[in-house]
Design a protein around this ligand. Structure first.
Ligand SMILES: Nc1ncnc2c1ncn2[C@@H]1O[C@H](COP(=O)(O)OP(=O)(O)O)[C@@H](O)[C@H]1O
Ligand SMILES: [Mg+2]
Length: 168
């Protein structure tokens, strides 16, 4: 199975939704100068205990009783490390979680980015009642997408309504 970084983004952002986040942030930075891709995921979901943070990187830790795809964090870690990068998790129960990941941009084992815009679109459409802040910085050029701004602009139409979805 060919995994792309966009798949990792879906997995990790989906964890924030599962954690009950009302706001999920995904920040992507691509720097040729630093030869790095970095992801920062920040949410205001339920958070994890420090014990959970310690064990969550091990592939068979899950709060679910059955596993469909899962392995989100272990896969992110594996992908980061095989490209000379690393991941970090900071979490506070009742406050939220920050997951960071760095990848070697030019590393031979780095998976392609894949359809990141499609991943963002899917997250918004599948979770129309929660907010997302996406930023993409490509060699210093910034792009931002904030569903709170879109929501305000189109209220009271929900974000998954067809015309709005098409426009997004
Ligand atoms: N953003 C998050 N907020 C709270 N808990 C999280 C978050 N991300 C991961 N977790 C916890 O870590 C576990 C492992 O996550 P993951 O590796 O993606 O596997 P899975 O989602 O299949 O359980 C989750 O089941 C959840 O309990
Ligand atoms: Mg997961």
């Amino acid at each position: 199975m060919m995994r792309e970084l966009a798949d990792n983004i879906m997995d990790i952002a989906q964890n924030s939704i599962s954690a009950g986040a009302s706001l999920t942030e995904v920040h992507i930075t691509v720097s040729h100068e630093e030869d790095r891709i970095t992801f920062v995921f920040r949410d205001n979901g339920c958070g994890m205990s420090q014990d959970m943070v310690q064990t969550v990187m091990e592939p068979f830790t899950t709060s679910r009783t059955t596993r469909k795809v899962g392995l989100g964090l272990p896969l992110l870690k594996q992908t980061a490390e095989m490209t000379g990068g690393s991941i970090g998790i900071e979490s506070t129960l009742g406050v939220g979680t920050v997951v960071t990941a760095a990848f070697g941009l030019s590393h031979i084992d780095r998976p392609p980015m894949g359809d990141v815009a499609g991943a963002f679109f899917s997250l918004v459409i599948m979770n129309p009642d929660t907010d997302f802040l996406f930023t993409f910085c490509y060699d210093g050029k910034d792009f931002t997408f904030d569903t709170r701004q879109v929501r305000e602009a189109v209220a009271p139409i929900p974000l998954n309504q067809m015309e709005i979805a098409g426009w997004i």
